[in-house]
Design a protein around this ligand. Structure first.
Ligand code: FES
Length: 59
């Protein structure tokens, strides 16, 4: 499923960037461009990053 329509970035791709070390929305944007268009996806990107960060810190 696409998270960012503007840059055709899927949710799986965002998770891959998180796994590779991206910990902020800016880091995701730098890696794949997600969030650099209309901005509609920024809230969802932040949600994914927050979920991944909380999983990482809880482990
Ligand atoms: S949907 Fe991501 S910037 Fe537009």
């Amino acid at each position: 499923m696409f998270v960012c329509i503007c840059r055709a970035v899927t949710e799986d791709e965002v998770h891959e960037h998180c796994t590779a070390g991206a910990r902020t929305v800016d880091a995701i944007s730098d890696r794949c461009g997600a969030g650099e268009g209309c901005g509609t996806c920024l809230e969802r990107l932040q949600q994914i990053v927050s979920e991944r960060t909380s999983v990482t810190t809880a482990a």
